[in-house]
Structure formats: C-alpha cells, structure tokens
Write a protein that binds this ligand. Sequence first.
Ligand code: DGT
Ligand code: CA
Ligand code: CA
Ligand code: ZN
Length: 577
Amino acid sequence: MKNFDISSIFNKMADLLEIRGENPFRIRAYRKAAFNIESLGKDISLFSKEDLMNVPGIGSDLAGKIEEYLATGKIEAYERLKTQVPESLTELLGVPGLGPKTVALIYDRYRVKDIAELAKLAKEHKLLGLPGIKDKTEANIIKGIEMLQRASSRYPLGRALPVAREITAHLSEHAPVGRLDIAGSIRRWKETIGDIDIISTSRDPGAVMNTFTRMQGVREVLMKGPTKSSVVLKEGIQVDIRVVEEDSYGAALAYFTGSKAHNIRLREIAVRAGMKLNEYGIFREKDDKKLGGRTEEEIYEVLGLQYVPPELREDTGEVEAAAEYSLPRLLEPSDIRGDLHVHSDWSDGNMKLGELADVPLSMGYRYIAVTDHSKGLGVARGLNEERIMEQRKAIAALNRKLRGTRLLAGVEINIRSDGSLDFDEDVMKGFDIVVASVHSGFKQSGVRITERIVKAMRNPYVSIIGHPSGRLIGERDAYEVDMEKVIETAAETGTAIEINAYPLRLDLAEPYIRRARAKGVSLAIGTDSHNRGQFGNMAFGVSLARRGWLEKKDVLNTRDLKPLLATLSAKRRKKSS
Ligand code: DGT
Ligand code: CA
Ligand code: CA
Ligand code: ZN
C-alpha cells in the first residue's frame, strides 16, 4: 500500500517546514493528514479525489498532492522543499528533547546532517555556547539519542502487520508457494515487532527467493540463500523468509513463531520425555525416529500438551496450564456482538450516522455505540448538551428503521483534570452507554491522575473507562496511572475497562488485562473508529484480549443487546438502591 509512503512524505514535509519556522497551521495540516492516512485501513491508491477529500484533514490541495504522488511517484512541493532544507535533518527531530528551533540553530552553525554527526558534536561539547544550549541541554541531547537508538529498532504491530500481509499476498500471487504463514512476534500479535518472519513450502524454493528479494520496496538484500533470505524494506523493517519441507512445516512454524522463551520450555519437556524437538520435527532421542512435525498440533500432542494458541506463547504460565489441559477457552472474533467506541462526523469522525447504521449488519454485529466526543474536547469538535439531544433524536429515528440491529446512543465523555465530567446527571441519564476518557493533563502526577480516573468511575453513569493508560505505541508513554487501583475500583463499582483496539493504542496492555480478569472486571473492546476502514481493527482488540487470556464471558461486547443493556443499567441501579 502507498499509504505509508504518502503519510511519511507528509510528515517529512511538516518536519522540514517546522525547521524553516513556517506557519504552524500549515505544519499541523500536514501532520493531521498523515495521521489520518495511516489510520485509513484501506489502500489509498483505490481512492477517487472525492473519497480523498472525505478523509478528515484532506482538502483539495492535499488531495491533489496525493493524486500527484499516485500518478508520478513524486510530490513536486516536497522535492522543492528538500533542495532548501536537507531531508536528513528530519531525523534529528526524532531525538526526544530536540525541537525544530534548536535543529535549525545547530544546522546553521555546523551544517550537521545526521544523528551520528550530532552525537559527535554533543560529546565534544561543541553545542555549548549556541544560544539556549547549556550543559543540561547537551546532556539531554545525548540521552535522547541513546533512547532513540533503542526505540527505533522496533515497530508497532499496526504498522508491521499490513506490510507482512502485503508481502504474503505478493508471494502467493507471484511465487510457487504451497503453505505460507507469517510467523514470529506478528503471529503472536505482540504490540511491537522487531522483524517480520515468513515461512512457506514450495516445489521451487529458488523461485521463491527470487520473487522475495526482487519485491518492490526492498531497500537492501542482507542475505540470499537457496531456502532462506533476509531483506530490509524502504521503511527500514527487516523481513526474513524460510522455505521448509512439507513434513516439517508444523515444526518450523512452531519454532519460528516463538517466543524463544516458550520454545525453550517445550524443548525441556521434550528432553525430559526422551525426545528431541527442533525446527524439523519431534524425534525419539534413542533412534531419531520422527514422531511428528507436519502440523503444530502434532507437536503439542506428542509432548502431552494441550495446543497453545500463538497469542499465549510467552512463557507466562501457558506451558503449565497446557500440561494440565486447563488453558482458557479464548475469545474468538465471532463472539463479538458489537463495537462500543465509534465516532461519527458529529465530532471528529468522517462517517454520517446514516452510514454507521449499516455497520452492524456489514460487520455481523447486533449493535454499535455512537460515542462522539463531549464539549470539553474542542479540537475534536466535542458536542454540547444541545447537540447531544439532537444527535439522540437522529439516532432514535435511524433505530426505528433498523431490524435486528441497533445504534446505541453514547458519548466519549471527557474526564476533566479534576475528575469531573462534561455533563450533569440529567444529561448523563439519557445515554445508553458512556465511555469516559482522559484527553488532557497527561503529565499529572500518578496520584492525581489515578484519583481523577477513580472519581470518574464512581459516577454511576460511566459504563467504561476508555483507552485507560493513554499510551500511543512508539510515540507517547502511558500516563503514570496506578492501574492496579483503577482495576480495583472497576471491580468495586461495576465499571468496565476498555481494550482500545486502535493499533497505535492497544490500550490496555495485556498484563493488566490478566489482572482485570482475575478481579472479575469486565473488559469492553472498542475500535475507536473514525472512518469505515477502522472497524476491521476489532481483530487487534480480540487478539490483545486473547493475549490477556480472556474468554467470551470476560468481554462486555460479547453479550447480546438485551443482556448488554441490563449490565449497563445494573451499575446505575446499584447507586439508587
Ligand atoms: P521480534 O522479531 O523481536 O519481534 O520477535 P520474534 O519472536 O519474532 O523473534 P525473531 O524474529 O528473532 O525470531 C523468530 C522466532 O524464531 C522466535 O520467536 C523464536 C525463534 N528463534 C529465534 N532464535 C531462536 C533461538 O536462539 N532459540 C530458539 N529456541 N528459538 C529461536
Ligand atoms: Ca520477528
Ligand atoms: Ca527474524
Ligand atoms: Zn478518546
């Protein structure tokens, strides 16, 4: 997909304009467009100009630039900008604590072009004495560079998975592959990915290697052998491929799915039972007789273990549970009855309510909750009381026409910095469902932000706490909330906690999901969709729930409409009784 190419050009244009000190509105426009393109969930090259202009933040100017890129592979304005400011400077902006003004300053004085040169200057204390740069600034720059070098080696799953799928689609079409799977951390749905691992069978492995190393988008071939190769893509992601024999496929798939820690545990069990386990199969130690390896199921069976779904293979108790055949019966995508976090064009989404009314049917759901932002979130065009009343009427009118599906009238209400909410009780009463979220004051102390969320949970009308940690993977850390306390309060008040399925959020992280489950807290999976392409992100939420060992009963939106509504009103009744 060209989505990534275009969004990264827009982000780079914003960076370059920022270094030049240009108009902040223009800069923000490029960033917003880049963000929305990345979260489209659909191939942008299939969009008409009109479709493009329907994406929030894209007007005719940016739509024109996108069309230009799709037609010519270039954006003239970007090419021009690069002649004025070296593109490599954008790299420097990625250093935490280094802003555009300082980058411009350092560039003007020393003509530095990349991070290596910057690190050298900082270590030689050559930055000292430039306006505004003190000892501490310099030390922070060095620290920032180190942090960046650690972080940039991993990619968010939401970015790596579409790339991996594109590669397997390309191989299925253009290479003589038999079986073909994405393995490694992607198959386990880990939230960040070191590299992409692919395995396959083939009657002609050499042809697969050729197709693989000659794919469009390959920047560098690291290694090309007869049955395995590694490449680096333009985005910087490494991809490994191996072709294996048909009757070792299960063993290879298990081996390359990992995790390494899980594999080590399996091998220990094999050894204790007088067997040997490797990527070729499982063998009897004394005479090397092959006992299995064609399928993964066979391997677990020979080891006397229950089959372990990939999402659980982290050596966090799954091997012990599999030995007792007591693994949870994990949530399945087909268990989901609806989506509990959705935005329309009444706030910052781009779908009309009328379009949303079709979503339950097309997704195989019973309901979706319309949860637009509340008035406190001005940047997202949050709704005031009056608009909420209008929206409820519009939703009721649509519901009168729906058969078997339903739009729930909800809100994503802003938790203000003191823990109060945007609406009074009489307005709150009228919602079917209320998601309450923090959208500001991320830097508050752990104590304050925890109190703030706890206070919101004590409101009888708050059904769900949205994106509970506030993290954006690879971009923003979680706020310092005491999640244990949030989980306890959720249990006590009957509030659900969201698993936000938006790929850059994946919020709640799985250790907390497991804690919440242990405390009997209900989890609510929501996609936070702002456009139609994002409903498919439910798969990320379901897999994250599975990584957190959740079963159908632990998830609020596996309930049918009536039991869902009954659960939601139970919390309200608790208060009045
Ligand atoms: P990543 O790429 O860092 O997100 O994580 P993985 O799990 O995809 O790791 P990767 O790509 O290094 O290797 C893929 C799988 O291959 C890994 O999950 C388990 C297996 N593997 C790799 N190296 C070893 C090893 O030294 N011992 C064992 N038992 N398995 C290994
Ligand atoms: Ca990997
Ligand atoms: Ca690998
Ligand atoms: Zn939100």
